[in-house]
Design a protein around this ligand. Structure first.
Ligand code: BG6
Length: 491
């Protein structure tokens, strides 16, 4: 599985966005490409083709794209002039991705000349990945300069992921397959690697001898919005845990790679995924909690139960919340519980990682043994790293109180320009051919191998999701999961 390091920015590039009128393309990909264009970071000769089924002309597509872009991009970053020049790069092509014949038309519309990098971005359902790859090959659009980007979740299970990977592998060699997990494109997520591998401070204590447990939370206040038909078949386990949460877990726990390149970094991540202790049978009941939101309040507004969301079955038992206690069976981490938690319609939007160190062995002073003593890494919406320590409160006696050493990364780098969105960084990496921040085939399959038995266990044991009111911290059972072990979620 040899992957070349970044090949550098080419001089010309064609980007084909399949699913060009979907949410992902309109809300994330086109705004990201707009930013890259405006800041002159795209190859000068870049063309963007948006492909989708509906019959519409270029002008109406561009109007739709502009409306969405204006809504996504900060007002200060949107200029009519930049949009006009960006729009000249964009062409809409109506086509049906399941019809081979349509690919011939696409190839014609491209009027490709030699030497242009070709990026196929599949912002479609995973069931279309294999047929699109095959059709690209038939239409002569899968040559050595062509790359394919696959959105997560890749498949629905290990079996379907293997089938997709195999079919893609027949057309594109691994170095040209970019399985995207946009969390890896976030600055703060990359900062996890900087924190661990550019400082020696933490390394000696980054192990089971010193760490009591780790919490990883990704909570959202949003519901399923207009993605009900996708989400109701996926659920939080496939939508978030299989990819984003496990990737965060890898970055927190992997060994230092021998080099900072695609193969070395991914070699270390996959070792963690392969070392995850399997959760099946009785463990599924003891170590996991699924939840589903009922009606409640978010920011003072009443919001409906999951059942009443658009395109969701009204007796759906899809989970919108998962908490799971994971373990990593290797020398560094054996015995340390990793509590992963994610949910929609929770009390607040936040992604954070808490490393809880062990309490002092012998409480010599005051009242504070076991408290604080933790590293708190906030990924979003704030970008902060804080060390929570115990300190003596001023005054008589040894009264201890928790205090924070607090680093606000946004302030520390405040002189720098606008923060890039994850998709900007990742799109540029694809154009440059650098797959360090993308998931390799064996990573995705190892993640499914761990997730599949949990999902199977839920069904075998009829473990329906536990209700939790929108705007809360999830079902009570998630609190109990930790309380039974003398711990609590740190909010
Ligand atoms: C996506 C999921 O991958 O990540 C969504 O499909 C989720 O359901 C989103 O809302 C969260 O991303 P972010 O960047 O807002 O944390």
């Amino acid at each position: 599985m040899d992957t070349p390091a970044s090949l550098g920015l080419p001089s010309s590039c064609d980007i084909l966005v399949f699913g060009g009128s979907g949410d992902l393309a309109l809300h994330k990909l086109l705004p990201a490409l707009y930013h890259l264009h405006r800041e002159n970071r795209l190859p000068a000769d870049t063309r963007i083709f948006a492909l989708a089924r509906s019959q519409r002309d270029n002008a109406s597509y561009l109007a739709l794209a502009e409306r969405n872009c204006r809504a996504q991009v900060a007002r200060s970053d949107f200029s009519a002039e930049a949009w006009r020049s960006f729009a000249q790069r964009v062409e809409y092509v109506a086509m049906d991705a399941s019809q081979s014949a349509d690919f011939g038309r696409v190839a014609k519309a491209l009027k490709r000349t030699e030497g242009r990098v070709l990026v196929h971005y599949l912002a479609t359902a995973p069931s279309l990945f294999a047929p699109i790859a095959q059709n690209l090959k038939i239409a002569g659009l899968a040559g050595p300069l062509a790359r394919i980007v696959l959105e997560k979740p890749l498949g629905h299970s290990l079996e379907s992921a293997v089938t997709i990977n195999q079919a893609i592998g027949e057309v594109f060699d691994e170095s040209r397959v970019f399985r995207i997990d946009h969390y890896l494109g976030k600055e703060t997520v990359q900062n996890l690697m900087a924190l661990r591998f550019a400082n020696t401070l933490f390394e000696p204590v980054w192990r089971n001898g010193h760490i009591d447990h780790v919490q990883i939370t990704v909570s959202e206040t949003l519901g399923v919005e207009n993605r009900g038909s996708y989400y109701d078949h996926a659920g939080a386990m496939r939508d978030m845990v299989q990819n984003h949460l496990l990737q965060l877990l890898c970055l927190v726990t992997m060994e230092a790679p021998v080099r900072f390149d695609a193969e070395a970094v991914r070699n270390e991540k996959v070792k963690i995924l392969q070392a995850l202790g399997p959760i099946s049978g009785q463990d599924v009941q003891d170590k996991t909690v699924r939840g589903q939101y009922t009606a409640g309040h978010i920011g003072g507004q009443e919001v409906p139960a999951y059942w009443f969301e658009k395109n969701v079955d009204n007796d759906s038992d899809t989970e919108t919340f998962v908490a799971v206690q994971a373990e990593i069976d290797n020398w560094r981490w054996a015995g340390v519980p990793f509590y992963l938690r994610t949910g929609k319609r929770m009390a607040k939007k936040c992604s954070e990682i808490v490393i809880q160190f062990k309490p002092v062995p012998n409480s010599l002073i005051g009242n504070g043994a076991g408290a604080a003593n933790r590293l708190w890494i906030r990924l979003q919406p704030e970008e902060r790293i804080s060390v929570q320590l115990m300190a003596k409160a001023p005054g008589k006696g040894m009264q201890l109180e928790p205090v924070e050493l607090d680093l606000n990364l946004a302030q520390a780098f405040s002189t720098q320009k606008r923060r890039w969105d994850a998709y900007e960084r990742l799109l540029l990496d694809v154009i440059e051919g650098d797959s360090t921040l993308f998931m390799r085939r064996d990573e995705v399959e190892a993640a499914w191998s761990w997730v599949d038995p949990i999902i199977k266990g839920w069904h075998e044991h009829y473990l329906s999701p536990r209700p939790y009111p929108a705007g809360s911290n999830g079902p009570e059972q998630a609190q109990t999961l930790l309380e039974l072990q003398g711990r609590r979620w740190l909010e």
